[in-house]
Design a protein around this ligand. Structure first.
Ligand SMILES: [Zn+2]
Length: 263
């Protein structure tokens, strides 16, 4: 096992996957490469030489907190690192953050489109401060979302605003700082201590722009991620290899940075 770590994947409970996958395929006009179960994800990991996957859940309604937490608990293993989710409009959101931490999870995932909020909404200040106080990492969908109208809910300027609101928040931005907002990412975010996970960027940017973005960012803040099942893990890894990054940078991206964060 070569020990790569995929910091961004999704999976669903076995009884939910058969309906969730086609519904999400239709909504996002995307194709799933796996059937959405943990079993299938593990198979894909074996094929790609991926040792660990971070599995992100998204509570699209406040009531989903508990079932997601319970399921996250049931799937966790040395190879599966689940991130539960809290809906920002959940009246018990602060207690629920506490529960996530008490149960030993390393963080949570939020998605401004699926959860209908703006990343830097001042009303969320207390919520974000609690995340930081509990030392949880916050995995945040950033940039546009392929399945939603182009309203800027999670763009680079809002990321900067959020970090101004809560300095030191351990924020992981998906899709290399913000999907399809890469000109602004380059202008506003590169060089700053903000984690960026690379899924859904490799096939949307040419190699020159990709290398420029990655190499102008601090090397310890870039993470390999695929957004599986919405991309194929082995193919994404192959595309990253093809960029021809320096070996030590590549090693940091596919393993070392994630290891440090998950330790
Ligand atoms: Zn995702």
């Amino acid at each position: 096992m070569s020990g790569y770590i995929d910091f961004h994947t999704h999976a669903f409970p076995d009884q939910v996957a058969p309906t969730a996958i086609p519904a999400l395929e239709k909504k996002g006009n995307v194709k799933a490469y796996l059937n959405g179960t943990i079993t299938d994800l593990l198979k894909s990991m074996d094929q790609a030489g991926i040792e660990q996957s971070v599995v992100c859940s998204i509570a699209t309604r406040p009531e989903q907190f508990q079932p997601i937490l319970d399921w996250s608990q049931s799937i966790r293993s040395p190879r599966i690192v689940p991130l539960p989710s809290v809906h920002p409009a959940d009246p018990d959101r602060l207690d629920h953050l506490q529960q996530i931490q008490e149960q030993g999870f390393v963080g949570l995932k939020l998605h401004p489109y699926y959860q209908d909020f703006f990343l830097d909404d001042p009303e969320l200040l207390e919520f974000y401060e609690k995340i930081q106080e509990l030392d949880l990492m916050l995995m945040m969908h950033t940039g546009y979302d392929i399945g939603y109208p182009r309203i800027r809910r999670a763009n680079p300027q809002r990321i900067l605003n959020l970090l101004q609101m809560v300095p030191g928040l351990r924020l992981i931005t998906t899709h290399l700082g913000g999907w399809d907002e890469w000109a602004d990412v380059r202008e506003l975010l590169t060089g700053l201590p903000i984690y960026m996970e690379i899924s859904f960027a490799l096939d949307f940017l040419d190699q020159i722009r990709l290398r420029d973005l990655i190499e102008s960012h601090p090397p310890e803040y870039i993470l390999f991620g695929t957004d599986s099942p919405w991309a194929d893990q082995a193919t994404t890894l192959k595309m990253l290899k093809k960029l021809g990054l320096p070996d030590d940078l590549f090693e940091r991206i596919v393993r070392e940075n994630a290891k440090a964060l998950l330790a």
